[in-house]
Structure formats: C-alpha cells, structure tokens
Ligand binder design. Sequence first.
Ligand code: IPE
Ligand code: IPE
Ligand code: MG
Length: 250
Amino acid sequence: MQTTVKYNDGGQIPHHVAIIMDGNGRWAKSKGKHRVFGHSQGANSLTIIVKHAILRRINTLSVFAFSSENWKRPASEVSSLLKLFSLSIKRELKELIENDIKIQFIGDLTKFPASLQKQMSQAMEKSKNNQGLNLNVAVNYGGRWDIVNACKLYMQDVLLHNKDINALDEAVFKDYLSLPCDVDLLIRTGGEYRVSNFLLYQSAYAEYYFTDVLWPDFNEADLDKAIAFYQKRERRFGMISEQIRGQDAN
Ligand code: IPE
Ligand code: IPE
Ligand code: MG
C-alpha cells in the first residue's frame, strides 16, 4: 500500500511507536510448523525491534502481545502463549535492565495466573526507575476496556475522593488510561487493515502503517521503512498545510 521511502537519520523520529505484532500463526503454517513456533519466533523479533528502537531514539514502544479477545483461541494455544510470556520475562529481564529499559505491562493483568502476575509486577518494579526506552507490553488488553476502566477509576475518585465531575476533560481523562501518551506511529504487520481494539483512544491522531510482512520476519530494515513512511507525513491535526509550514494561507 505504501510506497517505499528511505529512512532519514536527521528526520523526525516518532516519540511513541505502537505495534500490532500480527502474523505469527500464518508464518509458522507457511513453514509447515505449529502456530506456537510462530509465537516463539515472534518473541525473537520483539527482542530485535526493541534494540533497534533504542538505536533510533524512539522514546516509547508499545506492543500488542495478547488481546482481550485472544482468550477465545484454542485453550492449548492460550496456555502456550502464557508459558511463552513467563519464559520471555525470565530470559530477557536481565538484559532489559542492563539496557535501561522501563517495562510496563498494560491490560487487565488480574486474569492471569498468580505466578505470571508476580513475574510481571517484579519486572515492572525492578525497571521502574530506568531512564531509557519505555517499553509497554499489552496483554489481556483491549482499547474499549481501557476507556471503560478509566471511566470507572474517575468515578471512584468522584465518589470516594470528592473529585468534581465537571473537572473531567481530555487532559484529565488521559491520566486515567493505561497509557497517557498519544501514539505517533501505529504499525500493523501481517497484512490486515484493522486495529483489533488496540490503543483506540491514544491512536486518535496516529499515523497508520500497514505491512504484509509477518511479525516473525519483521526486522530492523522494516522498522526503518515504517519510520521513513512517518517522516514523509504532514501531520496537520485539523489545520491546513500552509499553517503547518508557517506560510500565508491566502
Ligand atoms: C499475533 O499473531 C500474535 C497473537 C495474536 C498472540 P497471530 O497468532 O494472530 O498470527 P496469525 O494472524 O494467525 O497469522
Ligand atoms: C491482534 O491480532 C492482537 C495481537 C497482535 C496480540 P489478532 O490476530 O488477534 O487480530 P484479529 O483477530 O485478526 O483482528
Ligand atoms: Mg492474527
């Protein structure tokens, strides 16, 4: 869909990149392997992309690892995914800390087994003061859940802490979401043109980049292509081109 443009190291770098890491199952099937093999290769792609995001000075990277709808998959696939999350945290945590990455798991974590919840909260705790890349991993996450949950949290503040309901506006509301910061570039791999309930509120003004590359094949050059696409966009936020360029509109 997008024409290929070259990444420019001096160009604008998106502050917040979100990725819907799709296509693991099809990648594995195309190689005559089980879908789960695709998920474990997908975890390796994430490691590569996190390193490259740091090299490219991306501030925040948010990745969709398990949606609130993914529980509907065959039980064996769900349980393999949960095992993979646990294994990946064990395997990667030391290096994440060494690379100054602050990891956050976003989503309704209460639905996961207690042992996995504990691993996730320990990883967040251990990395909470890190100053490098903000890495947000969305698990049992849904954009609609996030918005409804933020409403509930605000209502609790109204009922229990005398917060004024009329004080609620967009600037206040965003801090009740699992992530307050707007997405600049949203990438979806795997050839589908949909957002599947990811960061709905935060992506209101994101630039969308869709690629047919399946997630386990997505590499550094592919991330550069997505950034290059971003660098060519003119983000108008409702204005007209001349305003953005500081030119006379008449
Ligand atoms: C994305 O890959 C990973 C998860 C949703 C957990 P898929 O598993 O959706 O792969 P495809 O879309 O079936 O190829
Ligand atoms: C979206 O992929 C969720 C993740 C990448 C974790 P899906 O493969 O679940 O999305 P749909 O079901 O095709 O929309
Ligand atoms: Mg999929």
